[in-house]
Ligand binder design. Sequence first.
Ligand SMILES: Nc1ncnc2c1ncn2[C@@H]1O[C@H](COP(=O)(O)OP(=O)(O)OP(=O)(O)O)[C@@H](O)[C@H]1O
Length: 325
Amino acid sequence: MIRFDDVTKTYLRGTRPALTNLDIEFERGDFVFLVGASGSGKSTLMRLVLKETAPTSGSVYVAGKDLSRVPSWKVPSLRREIGMVFQDFRLLPTKTAYQNIEFALAVIGTPRKQVRRLVPEMLEMVGLADKGRRLPHELSGGEQQRVAIARAYVNRPTILLADEPTGNLDPATSEGILELLAEINGQGATVVMATHDQGAVDRMSRRVVELVDGHVVRDEEHGTYESTAPDSEISGAAETADGETDTSVHPEERETATVARAHGSRAAAAVDDVEDEELVDEAEDAPNDLDDAFDEELDDTFGDEAPGAEAPEGPEAAAHEEEAR
Ligand SMILES: Nc1ncnc2c1ncn2[C@@H]1O[C@H](COP(=O)(O)OP(=O)(O)OP(=O)(O)O)[C@@H](O)[C@H]1O
């Protein structure tokens, strides 16, 4: 379903790669937790799957397609196969829960009749059948994340990427979100979730892939958050006495120590090669129809104001309530 074939990603010439010689495969129906310290490369891995950024070398395959061969005009249709959920929900603040989900269908031209069937179905699935008329600020964090998941899944994508979806939620609420993601996975979607949520990882006992400085150091079929693997940074095993990662150990040596499954990363130390590599022009990234539509919607809503501005309250909110289905 998703395959990285010797992928190195260097954002800026002369800096350490965000990912180095990554060889890994996520199969159809997998539920994978990506764990690792901040900056270890989890989000970069997801951005590569979305073709938001290109590998510096190597190939990324999604649903059998080599993404380097997918022209930019076909990227929106690629992304319809992929739902994305974020830590900060990213809902449109002046649209109701119903309208946020509806919007994801509208931008891809779904017929109205289908929309009227699909949106209530999704609200029901995420346990918000009675809250479709609420604006995001009238919902709890957990409820907002449920709306975001409904929006990401309403097109029934085959892949769901979630970047720290429980990062802003308390443990009990986080548990509900994980149950929802497990249900989506149970319906056949491949779920890849980057997380620092130890409770969630331990409870679920799913595949765990740990990244350290852009290398896979652990890939366990039924893993936990912490690990006794010698390369694991989470377990502290790769740290020196003062808490720094022990860079005196060559990544190639560290590599031989673990990788419970066969997908492990290859030896690294590509820093010296960076000088020869081209700087990837992020501006060439292909457009995302849903993101673009959301950006336009936010511009229309706020003009020059920051998107984090307060959502309307009082009579204005009531007017929205009135408009809402
Ligand atoms: N657009 C960018 N331009 C330059 N460097 C970047 C860019 N995005 C990420 N990086 C760098 O790439 C490395 C990996 O970052 P990435 O965001 O993938 O890590 P992460 O594991 O997702 O971290 P976090 O847990 O904090 O979200 C970091 O060193 C980061 O500074």
